[in-house]
Design a binder for this molecule. Structure first.
Ligand SMILES: Nc1ncnc2c1ncn2[C@@H]1O[C@H](COP(=O)(O)OP(=O)(O)OP(=O)(O)O)[C@@H](O)[C@H]1O
Length: 711
């Protein structure tokens, strides 16, 4: 039996979760109960109200009247529920018009020792209309992704020109535009350890908040997955999906908030022909429901090419063709470039774009510009800022033309439509994104779930600490209380700090590097704010590091015979843990700031640099120019802390074995004096470590914020 049929026959009562605390509990529940997407509620009985308004989010995916002959209560086609019976609610049409889009990048020229500017896009004009699926095509390096990034608002610095959304100017990084759109980048950047349903559930909670009930959310998830052909994959971990399924999941995750505009960067890359066709036909259906869908694509098959309504071709940063897909060949034909019979039109266009068949690319670019102004000159008053283009247009002595008149009429009709609202105005308006606290709780829960699934990494971290502690413990077995083994103990203490610092730092130095793509996608598509995200990472990572450090400390401290009393042990453990957490905060900062290649060697280099201060280096012997490093070295502060906990704090004489004639460090103060650490201010050291931790966290958040927002 069709899975969805069983749902209709077994409706489940609505579980309305309205308060956040209950909702959090329900979140966990939902993640487990909805893990099997094929066993959930029958929501289809929930119909539009008498006045036609939807009464619940469930209505958001309602029956297509045209296919059902207007009978909204009928749920089956000949007893079978078809994917095409569903559609997302119509959204207000959102049209995008852009003019004179230029993009400059600044590069430092080492030879000339100055910054140089390079223009990537050279004044692109055009529009993307609602209800249409538009392909951005062009040769590699032509500027397709750059144009898409600018249109999505993903890139804003270095961009000039005007973008209008339903006739209203939009800034290049408009926050309100981001509410209406979503951007799915080339790399799916999904969370591999979550199942499809878990990923969808978490995204639904984050995007739709807790103003609507769990049951409604569950039904929404089921239907989106059903529409996208993922209904059988609810329990599959994301990493177990095929390339095409991952693309569809990436779309499904964004369809939760039902945005009227979708930007997709190369959604078909890496897919086989049938997955490509599935993906494009899905986009086509979403466009037919009134969405504005724009995607970049590399030479598609003739079949796929025909599925696009509009084509925008970029070559060397110029517009090469824009208009209906079916008019592309006549356009090139008018210029004398005729597509051979049985040749893929998309391939032919790309061949012309790279100058094959002796094609004059410049001529086509000028013709495309002329065509644009032929249409535009009848419809809009050209802005004075486009003087250059106006002159260019005049130089082509634009005449009248039937086709241009027709296009103009269409554009006027569209403008009338455009006067409709630019705001969200359907049932989704009753949903609000999760609050900051709930964002934190949801992200923390998600991290916890992923860590539990990926337990091998955690297991390795714990085992490594225990193993090294045992090795060190036996290497320096029982050296702690002996006066003749003070130097051996000193090396053990130094090694322990190294262990704490390296494991603390290196365990997280790549965290953000690995996370960055997912973080960028989710943050850009407004799933959550940076603050709750960062906090959710810290709240998981800090306890793990504390546990690992304590495992090391407990084992090695006892094996080396350093245990004297509980007070000394607690201070020792406190400084070890504080040093490790401080190193971890440095790891986050280095990882967030530098590229992978730099981070993996700058991280250890910084640790080595700071570690020399305090170890066999007396303050008086340090070259004055480096003395500041002694003061800010968290390594030195932690090391002195553990040293003082072992030999300071009025410790009595150490044990001098009878076999020894003389034990120089019988009184540990002598050793402290030799090392210039007889006056360790424990409080100042601890405060210094805490200050560095806080500074590093703030710096990391700032760097991440900058990377996520300033592009
Ligand atoms: N930030 C940047 N700094 C320097 N050059 C850049 C930058 N962004 C884009 N470019 C250059 O602009 C050109 C267009 O890049 P873009 O990624 O948009 O090309 P594309 O058409 O999407 O290519 P592909 O199909 O290969 O992905 C390339 O030559 C690229 O090197």
């Amino acid at each position: 039996m069709n899975v969805q049929q069983s749902e209709v026959r077994n409706p489940r009562p609505t579980n309305n979760v309205s308060n956040p605390t209950a909702a959090m509990a329900a979140t966990a529940l939902a993640i487990t109960t909805t893990a099997n997407t094929t066993s959930s509620s029958g929501a289809f009985g929930c119909c539009p109200t008498a006045n036609g308004e939807s009464s619940s989010i469930d209505d958001s995916i309602e029956l297509n009247d045209s296919q059902e002959g207007g009978n909204n209560n009928t749920l089956y086609h000949n007893g079978l529920l078809e994917k095409q019976d569903y559609h997302f609610p119509k959204r207000p049409p959102v049209d995008i018009v852009f003019r004179d889009i230029r993009y400059d990048v600044k590069r430092f020229n080492i030879a000339k020792a100055k910054f140089e500017s390079k223009e990537i896009l050279h004044g692109l004009n055009g529009s993307f209309k609602s209800g249409e699926l538009t392909a951005i095509m062009g040769p590699s390096g032509a500027g397709k992704s750059t144009l898409l990034n600018i249109m999505a608002g993903y890139v804003s610095s270095g961009v000039s020109g005007m973008v209008q959304v339903n006739g209203k100017s939009r800034s290049h990084n408009s926050e309100s535009f981001r509410k209406l759109s979503c951007y799915i980048q080339q790399h799916d950047a999904l969370r591999p350890w979550l199942t499809v349903t878990e990923a969808m559930t978490c995204a639904t909670h984050l995007k739709l908040g807790f103003g609507i009930g769990m049951a409604e959310k569950r039904r929404l998830i089921e239907k989106i997955l059903f529409m996208l052909g993922l209904e059988q994959k609810g329990n599959t971990p994301t990493m177990g999906l095929s390339g095409g399924q991952k693309k569809r999941l990436a779309i499904a995750l964004e369809m939760i908030s039902n945005p009227p505009i979708l930007f997709l960067d190369e959604p078909t890359t890496g897919l086989d022909s049938s997955s490509c066709a599935q993906c494009i036909s899905l986009l086509k259906r979403l466009a037919q429901d009134g969405r504005t869908i724009v995607c970049t694509i590399h030479t598609p098959s003739a079949l796929l090419f025909e599925m696009f309504d509009q084509l925008y071709t970029v070559v060397q940063g110029h517009c090469f063709y824009q208009g209906p897909t079916k008019e592309m060949l006549p356009f090139l034909g008018d210029l004398g470039y005729h597509c051979p019979s049985y040749h893929n039109p998309a391939d032919f266009m790309m061949e012309i774009a790279v100058g094959e068949y002796g094609a004059d690319v410049g001529k086509v670019i000028k013709a495309a510009l002329k065509k644009y102004y032929e249409i535009s000159s009848r419809c809009i008053e050209l802005d004075s800022t486009f003087d250059d283009n106006v002159k260019l247009m005049e130089s082509y002595s634009i005449g009248g033309g039937g086709k241009a008149e027709e296009m103009c009429k269409l554009q006027k009709q569209q403008e009338a439509l455009d006067n409709s609202s630019y705001e969200e105005d359907d049932i989704f308006s009753k949903t609000k994104p999760a609050s900051l606290v709930m964002q934190f709780l949801l992200l923390f829960y998600r991290n916890l779930l992923m860590t539990r699934r990926n337990y091998f990494l955690l297991f390795c971290r714990i085992i490594a600490h225990a193993a090294v502690a045992t090795i060190f413990g036996y290497l320096y077995l029982g050296v702690g209380p002996n006066a003749n083994q003070v130097l051996a103990n000193y090396v053990y203490l130094y090694g322990s700090m190294l262990m704490m610092v390296y494991t603390g730092k290196m365990a997280v130095v790549l965290s953000f590097q690995i996370e960055m793509e997912s973080l960028t996608r989710e943050h850009f598509n407004r799933w959550y704010k940076l603050g709750p995200y960062f906090l959710s990472v810290l709240v998981l990572e800090i306890p793990i590091q504390i546990c690992c450090s304590l495992i090391y400390v407990v084992i090695s401290y006892h094996l080396t015979g350093n245990y004297v009393n509980m007070e000394r042990f607690c201070i020792f453990a406190l400084f070890c843990v504080a040093g490790s957490i401080c190193a971890q905060s440095w790891g986050f900062f280095v990882g967030a700031t530098l590229s992978v290649k730099l981070a993996v060697f700058i991280g250890p280099i910084l640790a080595v640099l700071f570690s020399v201060f305090g170890f066999c280096t007396r303050y008086v012997d340090i070259t004055p120019v480096f003395k500041w490093m002694w003061h800010i070295s968290y390594y030195r502060a932690s090391f002195h802390g553990i040293m003082n906990s072992v030999y300071g704090m009025n410790r009595g004489d150490l044990h001098c074995p009878e076999t020894q004639i003389y034990c120089h460090f019988k009184n540990p103060v002598l050793f402290q004096k030799d090392m210039d650490i007889e006056h360790v201010d424990m409080q100042s050291n601890f405060v210094l470590i805490m200050l560095i931790i806080i500074t590093m966290y703030i710096s990391t958040v700032f760097v991440l914020w900058y990377k996520l927002n300033k592009r």
